[in-house]
Design a protein around this ligand. Structure first.
Ligand SMILES: O=S(=O)(Nc1cnn(C2CCNCC2)c1)c1cc(Cl)ccc1F
Length: 79
């Protein structure tokens, strides 16, 4: 699917960042420890390792599985 605005409502299955890195699962704390979990962010679609915008950022993003890159935006198509 595609996004409008900041993509807060995006619930698609894209799990790769704009630079081609694989997203880290939202329930995982490795390689990146973080506080943005499904438990503390209900109703934000933090499922698997899909790109999401749970915090009113400018676009969907994810933590990446690259230890050197904490998070990155994702290329979600605009409607
Ligand atoms: O562990 S985190 O949840 N990591 C995090 C959360 N959002 N982000 C960025 C996502 C993309 N936009 C900027 C914030 C990083 C986190 C939360 C807070 Cl309040 C402060 C530092 C921090 F580490």
């Amino acid at each position: 699917t595609c996004i409008t605005g900041d993509g807060s409502s995006f619930r698609g299955n894209i799990s790769v960042t704009k630079s081609g890195k694989t997203c880290q699962s939202w329930i995982s704390q490795t390689p990146h420890k973080h506080g943005r979990t499904p438990d503390n962010s209900p109703c934000k679609g933090l499922v698997e390792n899909y790109c999401r915008n749970p915090g009113n950022d400018r676009a969907p993003w994810c933590f990446t599985t690259d230890p050197e890159t904490r998070w990155e935006y994702c290329n979600v198509p605009r409607c």
